[in-house]
Write a protein that binds this ligand. Structure first.
Ligand SMILES: C[S@@+](CC[C@H](N)C(=O)[O-])C[C@H]1O[C@@H](n2cnc3c(N)ncnc32)[C@H](O)[C@@H]1O
Length: 244
């Protein structure tokens, strides 16, 4: 992560599309959990989902895992502000290295960074026997994707598939899919509106060429969603380890 990227992203609430309401909706679809579930949020970023889970599951011990230490500092601050520090732990390292175990495996918009299939197989290995999994993943929403958009997004994420591809990848890693839903458009504004505001603030000051490039890139990404948002989105997949 470049220093300029972090200048844009520092102290944002989220690092990808989503919302506390969507986290709670996915949690409700998980069904019953143990009274004191062990929860791991992989690629937790600044921890909005992590703390939402701690609030929603009063007996849970929740671990947020991320490679980027400053995001974990934000998670710790957020947990303190929500009075859940005693049940929320930051774990600095790769989502492929945490040894588990977990009764609930969570990950919003992060599995792609190591390869979704690899992440799903690893999490299956560290999940407790009756564990639940909930993760969100970028997908094509229609088959008639404009060629220029397909080229742009597949340059960033060559394995980008549709909802059915994601269901199949989940099942191939050993998980039994119980539910999925598409994140609402408001979850995208929830991510891009603060970025647009941050870019405007930073542009009002003298910017290095590297920062200007990072600002341009952030706005270009948000503009692509405004123009083409009907063609792609995030699916939230909820699955269990055991076939019911
Ligand atoms: C798109 S952000 C999503 C953050 C958060 N889940 C959210 O929704 O706000 C992806 C996160 O994954 C983290 N990440 C990337 N590769 C990782 C890895 N190998 N292990 C752990 N975290 C990783 C990044 O630092 C970043 O915080």
């Amino acid at each position: 992560m470049s220093p300029e990227f972090f200048q844009v992203h520092r102290d944002l609430d989220r690092e990808g599309p989503g919302s506390a309401a969507t986290t709670r909706r996915a949690l409700a679809a998980c069904g019953p959990l143990p009274d004191k579930p062990r929860v791991i949020d992989f690629g937790c970023g600044p921890g909005q989902p992590t703390v939402t889970l701690a609030n929603a599951l009063p007996g849970a011990a929740v671990v947020g895992v991320d490679l980027h230490r400053p995001f974990l500092d934000q998670l710790e601050k957020r947990a303190a502000a929500a009075n859940v520090s005693d049940r929320v732990t930051a774990w600095h390292g790769s989502m492929l290295d945490h040894p588990g175990p977990a009764d609930l495996i969570w990950s919003e918009g992060a599995a792609y960074s190591v390869g979704v299939e690899k992440a799903l197989r690893r999490w299956h290995a560290i999940a407790s026997p009756d564990a639940r999994l909930a993760f969100s993943e970028l997908v094509w929403l229609t088959a008639d994707v404009p060629t220029d958009l397909r080229a742009m997004l597949e340059a960033e994420y060559p394995a980008l598939g549709d909802v059915e591809t994601t269901r199949k990848r989940t099942a191939a890693a050993g998980w039994y899919v119980i539910h999925d839903f598409i994140l609402p458009a408001s979850d995208w504004s929830n991510y891009y509106d603060p970025i647009r505001a941050r870019v405007a603030t930073l542009r009002a000051q003298p910017c290095s060429p590297a920062l200007t490039a990072a600002l341009d890139e952030s706005i270009a990404e948000a503009d692509i969603y405004d123009r083409y948002g009907q063609y792609y989105g995030y699916v939230f997949v909820i699955a269990r380890k055991e076939v019911p």
